[in-house]
Design a protein around this ligand. Structure first.
Ligand code: HEC
Ligand code: HEC
Length: 397
């Protein structure tokens, strides 16, 4: 029996549509399906108006979010100072590790390793180094969101015994001995209080991080064409089919918006490995961010132009939310083809391994439950290749 493509939903429809052009003239197929057609290429890609709205929601990358608690966020001199600090190994206790050691600009601000090399001999913790290219658009920082601003985040690795292992006092000394020329025009005198100095260091580093972006990608050109002309030939049929799977198979439930992340935390049930014990994820991060002296309601947060920031995300954060155990932040997918290995613990070496995981959803989480919306997608090898081709269109140019 022949089923009209329009009677099918989601991935099944996309697979049928992908198979049909071989047997039917493309234009007949589009007419029969009764679907709005965008992205020509032999009419191999057809999107409903709902799909088209989803696609348009993924581009372009907007302006960086305002940061009311950092008065220096958009100060160019602070960004220049922040750049100096970001590349200064003198901020670490042994003088060997700067932020850029782990967040290497040549590797989209990651290190390409499963776990970072930290101070000492072992791996630098149990988490994979995330890119920092989406910092200007995030609300929570670290895989577990234990910092609520990029300037508060920066205070973490400098004092982390397995990362840079310094103290606030050590950072203050380093600022005085190595960075006064760039510091003084921005902040004036170095405060006596080492924590106040550390907060300023974080604010300068955030100003630098705000000058970084994943860069406009081929996908952005595709969406721009669709907006202006209704169609585009920028994506190959394979890439366009990958995009169709991406939006029809629920990836955008979490990898949403122009940065391909909802900024929230989900337990997707990545198999837990015995490396330093069970990682509680957001369940612990939510408690830590409430207690962080550098958070949005703390004394180091600058008042915004209209007075102290409201900090609703922090004030209304429910630390006992039942879905937090083993939940990790949805990572951005821009430049994802360049930032292997993947997941909070770097447990997947390739994108194909990630897609095999979404395909099978093996195992069950040791604590809590896997996000209920996730179902095994049973992607064929061809579908996975098409999805990876689509993810390649998110590489910044
Ligand atoms: C030893 C390696 C190492 C060094 C040095 C290091 N980082 Fe990181 N960075 C990491 C790891 C690992 C994570 C993830 C940790 C986690 O989630 O618990 C991370 C997370 C981050 C994040 C959060 C990104 C996000 O999307 O949540 C930012 C921003 C960041 N680092 C900036 C910095 C800055 C600024 C410095 C220097 C002051 C620095 N890092 C030094 C390894 C490092
Ligand atoms: C329920 C929310 C959700 C859905 C749906 C979802 N993801 Fe994810 N994705 C996440 C979270 C959370 C992580 C990080 C999990 C971790 O580290 O434990 C992640 C990680 C990834 C990564 C690894 C990125 C990196 O830098 O480590 C890729 C690639 C990815 N997802 C692609 C997809 C694709 C493709 C789909 C659709 C087939 C999809 N995701 C559906 C939430 C989701």
């Amino acid at each position: 029996m022949f089923i009209m493509p329009s009677e099918l939903e989601g991935a099944a429809r996309s697979r049928l549509l992908a198979a049909l052009p071989a047997v039917l003239p493309p234009l007949c197929l589009c007419a029969a399906a009764g679907l709005a057609t965008i992205g020509l290429a032999g009419c191999s890609t057809t999107f409903t108006p709902r799909d088209r709205a989803k696609i348009e929601s993924l581009s372009p990358i907007p302006a960086p979010l305002p940061r009311p608690t950092n008065a220096f966020a958009d100060n160019p001199q602070a960004a220049a100072l922040g750049k100096e600090l970001f590349f200064d190994a003198g901020l670490s206790a042994d003088g060997k590790r700067s932020c850029a050691t782990c967040h290497d600009p040549q590797k989209h601000f990651t290190d390409g390793k499963r776990f970072a090399d930290g101070i000492g001999s072992g791996p630098g913790g149990t988490r994979n180094v995330p890119s920092i290219e989406s910092v200007p658009w995030q609300t929570w920082f670290f895989w577990d969101g234990r910092a609520d601003s990029a300037w508060a985040q920066a205070a973490g690795p400098i004092r982390n015994p397995i990362e840079m292992a310094n103290t606030a006092a050590g950072v203050r000394e380093r600022v005085i001995s190595a960075h006064l020329a760039a510091w003084t025009p921005v902040f004036g005198e170095v405060p006596e209080d080492p924590d106040a100095t550390l907060a300023m260091v974080g604010k300068a580093i955030e100003a630098f991080e705000r000058t970084i972006s994943p860069g406009p990608a081929r996908f952005d050109q595709y969406v721009a064409d669709i907006r202006s002309a209704g169609s585009s030939s920028v994506l190959t049929p394979q890439e366009a089919h990958g995009l169709e799977i991406f939006i029809d198979d629920g990836c955008t439930n979490c990898h949403s918006g122009p940065l391909f992340t909802d900024g929230s935390f989900h337990n997707i049930g990545v198999p837990q490995v015995a490396h330093g014990g069970l990682d509680p994820g957001r369940a612990l991060g939510a408690i830590q961010v409430k207690q962080d002296p550098f958070n949005c309601v703390g004394v180091f947060a600058d008042p915004g132009p209209t007075g102290p920031a409201d900090c609703p995300e922090l004030r209304f954060l429910d630390t006992s939310f039942p879905d937090w155990p083993l939940a990790f932040k949805t990572p951005s997918l821009r430049n994802v083809t360049k930032t292997a290995p993947y997941m909070h613990d770097g447990s997947f070496a390739t994108l194909d391994a990630v897609l095999m995981f979404y395909s099978e959803l093996p195992g069950i989480p040791l604590v809590g439950h896997r996000e209920l919306t996730l179902q095994p997608l049973r992607l064929s090898g061809g579908d996975r290749a098409d999805l990876i081709a689509f993810l390649g269109t998110l590489e910044g140019t």
